[in-house]
Design a protein around this ligand. Structure first.
Ligand SMILES: *Cc1c(COP(=O)(O)O)cnc(C)c1O
Length: 399
């Protein structure tokens, strides 16, 4: 690397360290599970994983990956339209569509890629996308890309503010297409989009709705079908994007679920589909097994809800003030980024792995540790974590 570039990068990295915002990696040496082996530390309890249902290590899910590897080999070695489409892709996509209540779905190597496919492919210069202020970075980048490439218009409404959304819809009356794009569960706050209201506004203003349900698939609704099920609008959301890298086995991959025509249009035209490899067999077949497993074990969703309620209530009983909500994302706001990182470090010393988040991932002054609960946590896991919170909370004079 050229010295000038090297100097610039190292100077900035040093600044991150001085600011206390430098992210250290912790290396795990065992499968993703409630308790893991962390290199150099031994066993720790994870409260930071998106493994909401514990499906990462369910034998059926792991075995399906093995079988995929044996039967189809390591990879697809191609993009879908050249020679990378396999029968398991068709099977997985049909299952995902059925699960989230859509006609069809199309998989991508990540939900990041799925989101990035949606706006630039669907929209044009006469269209407007209206986005929640707290949407995930991948939605924001999809919109930025669409503004650049296809010159669409965009607007941002205040977080979950339906009055503001309505104003933005009114202002977009003359557009050809109005697309409302929202997260299902907002990942940093752990709150849920007001999807029933959004769908109603979309009807009133002839708009379409896209929900990124990455944190909600497998989590929200009686049977884990996500925010539409939770909000009572299953089958009424035009576009659902989600990840296979969280509750659904946690490997990787994402999808867009929608109408047959949109799925086909994305096959024909979306750049992350046309120019990037298809999902590998292990990943696709583990994900397929995860969706089927969830279909057969809806009690996991109930277990997750019970664990979440318990942990949130117990944090409050110990004097913490977690953000309220109905989701397994439980943020405890601490203020300064350095404070959140300090608490996270101290918890790790007590054997609990929970990540601190600061600026620019969350606004300045709202740094937090974000707990995420899993159906796989035992009561003993949660109690041990709570004892660590107690101890560290006292040391930091938070409780
Ligand atoms: C995690 C997440 C993504 C990214 O998912 P990948 O499949 O890992 O790319 C996208 N959107 C939201 C809302 C997420 O939480």
């Amino acid at each position: 690397m050229r010295a000038s570039v090297e100097q610039r990068l190292t100077a900035e990295l040093d600044q991150f360290k001085r600011d206390g915002v430098y992210k250290r990696m912790n290396f795990l040496d065992s499968p993703q599970a409630p308790r893991v082996q962390m290199e150099g530390r031994g066993e720790v309890i994870i409260l930071s994983s998106n493994n909401y249902l514990g499906l990462c290590t369910v034998p059926e899910v792991v075995r399906a990956g093995h079988e995929g590897l044996d039967r189809f080999g390591a990879g697809t070695a191609s993009v879908r339209f050249i020679c990378g489409t396999f029968t398991f892709h068709r099977e997985l996509e049909a299952e995902l569509a059925r699960f989230v209540g859509a006609e069809a779905s199309l998989t991508f190597v990540s939900c990041w890629a799925a989101n990035e496919a949606v706006c630039p492919t669907l929209l044009g210069p006469d269209d407007v996308v209206i986005s929640d202020q707290l949407n995930h970075a991948s939605i924001i980048d999809s919109i930025r890309l669409a503004r650049q490439i296809v010159k669409c218009q965009s607007a941002v409404y205040k977080h979950s503010d339906m009055g503001d959304l309505e104003e933005k819809l009114q202002a977009a009356k003359s557009a050809r297409t109005r697309l409302i794009f929202t997260d299902g569960i907002f990942s940093m706050e752990g709150d849920i989009a007001k999807l029933a209201d959004i769908v109603e506004l979309a009807r009133k203003y002839d708009a379409i709705v896209a929900v990124d349900d990455s944190h909600a698939t497998g989590v929200l609704g009686k049977t884990g079908r996500g925010t539409p099920e939770y909000a009572g609008v299953l089958g009424s959301v035009d576009i659902i994007t989600s990840t296979l890298g969280k509750a659904l086995g946690g490997a990787a991959g994402g999808f867009v679920a929608s109408s047959n025509s949109l799925a086909d249009y994305l096959v024909q035209r979306s750049r992350p589909q046309l120019f990037s490899n298809a999902l590998p067999p292990t990943v696709a077949l583990s994900s397929l097994a995860a969706v089927k497993y969830l279909g057969a074990h809806p009690d996991l969703v109930e277990k997750l809800r019970g664990n979440t309620r318990y942990f949130r209530d117990q944090l409050k009983a110990r004097g913490f003030k977690p953000l309220d909500g109905d989701t397994p994302i439980i943020p405890v706001i601490l203020g300064e980024t350095a404070k959140a990182i300090q608490m996270s470090d101290m918890l790790l010393d007590e054997g609990v792995f929970v990540t601190g988040f600061g600026y620019p991932v969350v606004p300045k002054g709202e740094a937090r540790v974000r707990c995420q609960i899993s159906a796989a946590h035992s009561r003993e896991d949660l109690d041990q974590a709570l004892r660590a919170f107690d101890k560290v909370g006292r040391q930091l004079k938070l409780v």
